[in-house]
Write a protein that binds this ligand. Structure first.
Ligand code: SER
Length: 312
């Protein structure tokens, strides 16, 4: 049976890039984009789009049946900073939207699921440097608790019901197509917009806050590599660590200053500092290297140059 793909959350930061790449590979008609709001014009103009509230199970079921969907990328979530402001809504959205697709697979309506997890599954008691795949995980944010619980449910559905669900613990993702939505790592995107507009930026994280980050082209490549790997290679059904580039606000500011003469940064840490302080500084992703041959391509300077070029 031919693979037909549904991307829920197609207007979001990952969806905006992922839909286009999937359409390149599978053909425009084979990839249905869905969201509550219009997606990027490139997404809207290149293939099918459905308005969907991912909490609405009957509506989701109808789209899956109508388009004979086999694979779902469920990207809807309330991110870390926003979920701290709306704990109950964050929990409800993040868990319900995951259960909807897990149950669709369990009941035989779809065959394969991608669901993003995050470095937010780790917490203040986790080893910070080169954080291992398997380690202490005591997340202390609503978002992190929902992603950690989601990972447990993914593994459970795989073991109990044979659901083919695959997942990546994304680092902070940097991209230019769509604005990020309420994350703690978003400073590393705002900095580019402000550098080009005003030549300066005030970071909401302090200068030496190291976090794992990744340029979107690498994240999309990782996602497709994982989804295309043979099922027998996927040894981890909770979620794979993914490393990328580790840097601080001070380091990315220096890289931006090389490209934008006169650029300056100052620091005014807010409530997001505490979230960042509870997350790893760098990630060990040898399991992804071993199981689906993961290798990153982008480094800090290359990413900074490309971001500035694309945003100009
Ligand atoms: N980038 C996300 C956030 O900051 C983490 O997954 O919320």
């Amino acid at each position: 049976m031919r693979e037909k793909i549904l991307v829920i959350g197609a207007a979001g930061q990952i969806g905006s890039d992922l839909v286009l790449e999937l359409r390149q590979r599978h053909g425009n008609e084979a990839v249905v984009a869905a969201d509550l709001k219009d997606a990027h014009p490139d997404v809207m103009n290149s293939g099918p789009f459905e308005f969907l509230n991912a909490m609405d199970l009957p509506a989701l079921k109808e789209i899956v049946a109508q388009h004979e969907i086999t694979t779902v990328y469920q990207l809807v979530a309330m991110l870390s900073a926003t979920a701290e402001q709306h704990p109950e809504r964050g929990w409800e959205l993040n868990m319900t939207t995951l259960f909807h697709v897990l149950n669709l697979a369990k009941d035989g309506h779809i065959k394969k699921i991608f669901w993003p997890s995050s470095i937010a599954v780790f917490g203040p008691t986790t080893p910070r440097d080169n954080t291992p795949q398997e380690t202490v995980m005591e997340p202390n944010t609503v978002y992190g608790i929902s992603k950690q619980s989601g990972e447990r449910w993914c593994e459970y559905y795989h073991q109990k019901y044979g659901v083919d669900v695959r997942s990546i613990r994304y680092p902070g993702l940097i991209s230019y197509k769509a604005a990020p939505g309420g994350g703690t790592t978003d400073y590393a995107i705002h900095i580019f917009h402000e550098a080009l507009k005003n030549g300066k930026y005030t970071s909401f994280l302090s200068e030496n806050t190291y976090l794992p980050m990744m340029y979107m082209p690498d994240a999309i490549r990782a996602t497709l590599q994982l989804m295309e790997a043979p099922a027998e290679n996927i040894n981890i059904r909770s979620s794979y660590n993914l490393g990328g580039i580790s840097f601080s606000p001070k380091e990315i500011a220096a890289a931006v200053a090389q490209e934008v003469p006169g650029f300056s940064i100052d620091y005014a840490p807010d409530f997001r500092q505490k979230i960042a302080d509870s997350w790893p500084a760098s990630i060990d992703d040898t399991a992804a290297q071993r199981d689906w041959h993961w290798q990153p391509e982008w480094d800090l300077n290359g990413m900074v140059k490309d971001m500035l070029e694309k945003l100009k």
